[in-house]
Design a protein around this ligand. Structure first.
Ligand code: DGY
Length: 321
């Protein structure tokens, strides 16, 4: 008889992570990698001790209220937890964990890719080549913004923000940042701290968004704050779409207030605002910040380390509720 704890896994995970799940648990895997409806998720959770979801599953208060009593843990395969109503989980005594630290390198790589891609008009150039329309070269052809030596503003100087700062220093960028708390001087490494966002923005040739999505950070970058950026600034976002007011970003890209934007995340994924694709001055990726083999394995193992601790009655390393 199989007495292993039953674990509902909502999406297909890396093979090594699923192997470990099969070894230690009785997992309900999603071989088709199909997105479950809320009803399916609740049904599939019947008798499960824990759920391992991704950010694609919306564990609202309503869904959490309908989970069976057997569910004791939500061990997220994600660092972001804005898809989970933490208060509702806490109220039901369901422990919630995430996967911090392990995404920092991969996500900072994408932040740099967005900075470079948006500044140097990479998407536009690629489209031109792929459509067979490149027919000439001139000194004024596809002139973009130089990255080297510019000022990079970072909102959210957690792990990803700090790695992005280190990578950007490789391009001789100077780092300016806003964070809830000022970093220790050794982590700051010469970066300039601004206690209020409004003071940071006029200093940014580039602005990289790295803060978590919470009710407090919703539309943190709005029309008024975009107005404080220097003309021709470039905004990149690898965090969550909800932290930027998209209508204001689009208006600034259309008016030329912003030279360009590089986006990996959107308010409504995967049905993004079609205007983003119509604009020439956007460099767009489909939420792939953590999508490397190394990082996806590390996320899975970190989620399972948390799950192992909860099942063993120990305090998990990454508890968020
Ligand atoms: C995260 O871990 O939050 C990434 O956005 C992927 O879900």
């Amino acid at each position: 008889m199989n007495n292993k704890p039953v674990v509902l896994v909502t999406r297909r995970l890396p093979p090594a992570v699923e192997d470990r799940l099969r070894h230690d648990y009785d997992p309900r895997l999603n071989d088709e990698d199909r997105l479950y409806t809320a009803e399916e998720l609740i049904q599939r959770a019947a008798g499960a001790h824990a759920i391992v979801p991704c950010h694609t599953e919306h564990l609202s208060a309503e869904v959490i209220a309908q989970l069976p009593d057997s569910v004791r843990a939500i061990a997220n395969f994600s660092v972001g937890v804005d898809h989970v109503d933490l208060a509702a989980a806490k109220a039901r005594g369901i422990i919630v964990t995430n996967t911090p630290d392990v995404l920092a390198d991969a996500t900072a790589e994408v932040a740099m890719l967005l900075i470079l891609g948006a500044a140097r008009r990479a998407s536009e150039g690629e489209r031109l080549l792929r459509s067979g329309q490149w027919d000439s070269w001139s000194p004024s052809f596809m002139v973009g913004t130089q990255v080297t030596g510019k000022r990079l503003g970072i909102i959210g100087m957690g792990r990803v923000g700090q790695v992005t700062a280190r990578r950007a220093r490789g391009f001789d960028m100077t780092i300016h940042y806003h964070n809830r708390r000022r970093l220790d001087p050794n982590l700051e490494a010469g970066a300039m701290y601004y206690e209020i966002v409004e003071a940071l923005l006029p200093q940014c040739d580039f602005l990289a968004m790295h803060c978590p999505a919470t009710p407090d950070t919703r539309h943190l970058l709005n029309a008024q704050r975009i107005g404080l950026l220097p003309d021709g600034a470039i905004v990149v976002n690898t965090a969550r779409g909800s932290i930027i007011e998209e209508a204001a970003l689009i208006a600034a890209l259309q008016s030329g207030k912003l030279a360009a934007a590089g986006l990996d995340v959107y308010e409504n994924e995967p049905d993004i605002n079609p205007v983003f694709s119509e604009l020439q001055n956007t460099f767009l990726l489909p939420h792939i910040g953590s999508a490397t083999r190394e990082t996806r394995d590390a996320m899975g193992f970190r989620a399972l380390d948390n799950l192992d601790a909860i099942i063993a009655g120990r305090e998990p390393r990454d508890r968020v509720a």
